[in-house]
Design a protein around this ligand. Structure first.
Ligand SMILES: [Cu+2]
Length: 147
């Protein structure tokens, strides 16, 4: 038992030289789903101290996650489009919100239940192309959550 606890403690110690995240993430949430639903959106506000790019998102709820932007097509219809990365300019606030930029969780493995919490892993790349991962704790909000 003691060995087990020691092992857990070791896992919690950050590796030496780990970078301090340069981005602040607030108001992270995931829209709740109904049984059988295949996709949902994740939203948050990002503020970066240095120029960073969001290059990948992972979620234990979903087989895949994409960064989507909204665009008006030639028929004046708003459509979602996947983008490979999202620029986070230094000192600027980037909002991911319903109707705008968002993270699309695809191939849902489980129902996202309102009131529960989940973790989103953000992979960020700096100007030197160094990558860092940050874990974001996100609240699951009801389907009809306001913008
Ligand atoms: Cu989308």
């Amino acid at each position: 038992m003691r060995i087990f606890f020691l092992f857990l403690t070791l896992l919690c110690v950050p590796p030496v030289g780990a970078e301090v995240p340069q981005v602040q993430v607030t108001d992270a949430w995931v829209r709740a789903t109904v049984p059988g639903q295949q996709a949902t959106g994740a939203f948050m506000t990002l503020q970066s101290a240095a120029p960073l790019k969001l290059v990948e998102v992972r979620s234990p709820l979903a087989a895949a996650a994409e960064i989507h932007e909204m665009q008006v097509d030639e028929k004046d219809v708003m459509r979602m489009r996947a983008i490979s990365q999202l620029d986070l300019p230094a000192g600027k606030t980037t909002r991911l919100e319903p109707g705008g930029l968002h993270i699309m969780l695809l191939g849902l493995r489980a129902e996202a239940k309102a009131g529960e919490r989940t973790t989103l892993t953000l992979v960020l790349e700096d100007a030197a192309r160094q990558r860092q991962e940050i874990a974001v704790n996100a609240e699951i909000r009801p389907l009809n959550a306001p913008h």
